[in-house]
Write a protein that binds this ligand. Structure first.
Ligand code: APR
Length: 174
C-alpha cells in the first residue's frame, strides 16, 4: 500500500492529480486556508457547482463529501469534504474525520479517479490535533486502498512542515 502513497511538502493547488480534495465548510462557499486557495485559483466554475449542490441539498454535512469540476486547477475534479472542528471529543471527532476520507474515496471511485491529493483535513482553522489527524488519515487511506484497486496514487500534501514531519515519521515506522 505504502508505495501508492506519496507524502509531499507543498501547495495542493500546484500539484496535478485527477482529483484534489478540499477541506471545506458546510456552506461550500469558500473560506480561508486550503479552501480559500482552491476557490481563488480554481475560479468561478467551482463556486457555480457548489451553488448548484447547495440548491439541491443545502450544503454538506460534517464527514460527508461532494464533487465539483476543478476550473483552473491542475485536476479534473475537486472533492469537497467538511472536517470536524476540534472540541475535545476524541471519539466523535475521530469518527467524523475518518468519514471524510472514506467518503472522498467513495466519490473518487464512482468518478473513475485514479490519482487523488488530500490536504491535512481539519488541522488548520479547525484545530484538530495533528498527530491524531494523521493517524486517522493514514488508517482510512490504507483501508480504502486495500478495497479499491482503481486508485493508483494518493498524494498527502502537507503545507506546513510540522504535518510533513509527522507523516514522514508515521510512514517510515509503518
Ligand atoms: N495546500 C495544501 N494544504 C494547505 C494549503 C494549500 N494551499 N493551505 C493551507 N493548507 C493546510 C493547512 O496548513 C492545514 O494543515 O491545510 C490544512 C487544513 O487547514 P484549513 O485549510 O484551515 O482547513 P480546516 O482546518 O479543515 O478548517 C476548515 O477553514 O477556511 C476554512 O472554509 C474552511 O471553514 C473551513 C475551515
Amino acid at each position: 500500500m505504502k508505495n501508492r502513497i506519496n507524502i509531499i511538502h507543498g501547495d495542493i493547488t500546484k500539484i496535478a492529480a485527477d482529483a484534489i480534495v478540499n477541506a471545506a465548510n458546510s456552506s461550500l462557499l469558500g473560506g480561508s486556508g486550503v479552501d480559500g486557495a482552491i476557490h481563488r485559483i480554481g475560479g468561478m466554475e467551482i463556486l457555480e457547482d457548489c451553488q448548484k449542490i447547495r440548491a439541491k441539498q443545502g450544503g454538506c454535512k460534517i464527514g460527508n463529501a461532494v464533487i465539483t469540476r476543478a476550473g483552473n486547477l491542475p485536476a479534473q475534479y475537486v472533492i469537497h469534504t467538511v472536517g470536524p472542528r476540534w472540541n475535545g471529543d476524541k471519539q466523535n471527532g475521530s469518527e467524523l474525520l475518518r468519514n471524510c476520507y472514506l467518503n472522498c474515496f467513495k466519490l473518487a471511485h464512482d468518478n473513475g479517479v485514479s490519482t487523488i491529493s488530500f490536504p491535512n483535513i481539519s488541522t488548520g482553522v479547525y484545530k484538530f490535533p495533528k498527530k491524531l489527524a494523521a493517524e486517522i488519515a493514514l488508517q482510512a487511506i490504507n483501508e480504502s486502498l486495500s478495497n479499491n484497486h482503481s486508485i493508483k496514487r494518493v498524494n498527502i500534501v502537507c503545507y506546513d512542515i510540522e504535518n510533513y514531519n509527522i507523516y514522514c515519521m508515521m510512514i517510515h515506522n509503518s
